[in-house]
Design a protein. Structure first.
Length: 131
């Protein structure tokens, strides 16, 4: 399965688009977390598909066993997760039934500009959403 991975860096307007598998996404996340950290990485997964979030969480827990992973399948769960802990990485689906992805990314940036955002989904969805 080929997916699109769009990484939005902490610098305003800077981003890189790459194509790869879910395993390659995990490798990119691991590489971005190589800096010394005082605690386990906090990761937030925002997607409206429970099966997609279950799979992503399973792979992240396998590859990053100390990570603190929160899953948001709706706006309430997203707000609760964001209030509980600022994520170092947010994995966001390009199509959400409960919020526009671009607005969600803007909210994450206002909350903490250091949060790394990864858009994970089908390449056509990412391009169609203009993300």
């Amino acid at each position: 399965v080929t997916t699109a991975l769009t990484t939005v860096s902490a610098e305003p307007g800077a981003f890189a688009v790459k194509t790869g598998s879910l395993e390659s996404v995990l490798q990119k996340i691991k590489l971005s977390l190589r800096q010394p950290m005082p605690r386990a990485p906090a990761i937030l997964i925002a997607d409206c598909s429970a099966s997609d979030t279950d799979l992503a969480e399973l792979l992240l827990r396998r590859g990053l066993p100390t990570a603190e992973i929160r899953v948001a399948n709706d706006a309430i769960a997203f707000a609760e997760a964001l209030a509980a802990q600022t994520p170092q990485i947010a994995i966001v689906a390009p199509r959400l039934t409960w919020a526009p992805s671009d607005k969600l990314i803007a909210l994450l940036r206002r909350h903490d500009a250091r949060t790394r955002v990864v858009l994970f989904g089908h390449e056509a969805d990412i391009l169609e959403q203009g993300l």
